[in-house]
Design a protein around this ligand. Structure first.
Ligand SMILES: [Zn+2]
Length: 378
């Protein structure tokens, strides 16, 4: 009830506006009488706890002055924060019908109404208003509509909207979202043309490179799988655990093992523990077990890693035959421990999972869930 008395402010403003605007004393008097009458009716409803009618009457005062819109928007926002969505919706819907609202206020109100609808689960109504905003060039509607389309898995709608209004999509996260819409829609088609379009976006997203490499590998087009995955590995080495096994197999299928080894050496200074393990494998392949042990030991001192420790145990058991059984037992324990740890972690909200989600189930950001880092990670 206290919040509703907040509406005294617009009445005071409206009163001042009327008094200043009308020079004829009688006209001012008549306007004042109308405001007072509407206000009294509204207040009576509120006191009788008939709050819907109360709000309706008070909002009628807006016809007298548009200067008070801000107060109503603030009140509606308070209701929404308290979870009283029906009241917030009521205010925003009534404001939308006000002919005196300036275009800017109208757009703000429409956006707020769409947010009410999203919170209330009235997604079709929310979409309707957001589409109106996008079509009239309001980029504030981009984030909510992308969030809506992600929730509804409406990839093609999102892609079409982007292609019709590209200039409104400027933030990297918005472009990453569109790249993922192309991928999601593209995975359902045969030729992968949509994923190619995602690859050609100005924003360098991770998913298109990953998916194009994966599709090429499935078709045994190893030249292409190497091209896309190598690009991704050098752009974001943290993604390497997603495809390193198949990337190595691609090089091997083309008898290019040495080039794979060279790539590992290139990634060594920026890659995680998996790259360091791969580097040790290269050394072992060349008969340099001792060098691999020294390298990994020194690396683990700087950056402790359970996966690195497990590989070190395997290297030590190669060198010390008499201890190999004991070391194998210890390694088995370490591997059991690793198996309990989540492989992926969202860089935005910290969500952990055993599955790779391109759309984080927790914070709903795209491409923020990646192979985990740190002691238990990669
Ligand atoms: Zn997240």
């Amino acid at each position: 009830m206290l919040e509703l008395l907040f509406l005294l402010l617009p009445v005071a403003a409206a009163y001042g506006y009327v008094m200043g605007k009308n020079s004829a004393k009688n006209q001012a008097h008549e306007q004042n009488r109308i405001i007072t009458s509407e206000y009294s009716k509204g207040l009576k409803y509120l006191l009788d706890r008939e709050e819907d009618q109360g709000l309706e009457h008070l909002i009628k005062l807006l016809e007298v002055s548009a200067d008070t819109v801000e107060h109503y928007l603030t009140l509606a926002s308070l209701f929404r924060k308290r979870g009283e969505l029906d009241r917030a919706i009521k205010i925003h819907e009534l404001l939308l019908k006000q002919p005196s609202l300036a275009n800017e206020d109208l757009a703000t109100n429409r956006l707020e109404l769409a947010l009410d609808y999203i919170m209330a689960g009235m997604l079709d109504s929310a979409e309707e208003h957001l589409v109106v905003l996008i079509k009239s060039g309001h980029n504030e509607a981009v984030d909510p509509i992308l969030s809506l389309y992600s929730q509804l898995r409406e990839w093609n709608k999102g892609v079409n909207m982007y292609e019709a209004h590209r200039n409104l999509f400027t933030k990297p996260q918005q472009l990453a979202t569109i790249a993922n819409y192309y991928c999601e829609a593209g995975l359902e088609e045969k030729d992968g043309e949509l994923i190619e379009r995602a690859f050609r976006l100005k924003h360098r997203a991770l998913r298109p490179l990953f998916e194009l490499g994966k599709a090429a590998f499935a078709k045994k087009d190893y030249v292409k799988s190497i091209y896309y995955w190598r690009e991704l590995a050098t752009y974001q080495p943290v993604t390497v655990p997603l495809f390193i096994k198949d990337l190595e197999a691609s090089y091997h299928a083309l008898n290019l093992d040495e080039q794979f080894d060279e790539l590992i050496e290139e990634l060594l200074c920026q890659g995680g523990v998996l790259i360091r393990i791969k580097y040790c494998e290269v050394l072992v392949k060349n008969g340099e077990v001792e060098k691999a042990i020294l390298f990994l030991t020194s690396s683990l001192k700087r950056e402790p890693s359970i996966r690195g420790f497990s590989f070190l145990l395997q290297l030590l058991s190669r060198k010390q035959d008499d201890m190999s059984d004991v070391l194998a037992q210890v390694d088995k324990l370490v591997r059991s421990y690793i198996a309990t740890k989540h492989e992926y972690q969202c860089r935005h909200c910290g969500f952990h999972s055993h599955t790779l989600y391109w759309l984080c189930p927790s914070c709903k950001h795209w491409e923020t869930t990646l192979p985990a880092k740190g002691l238990d990670g990669y």
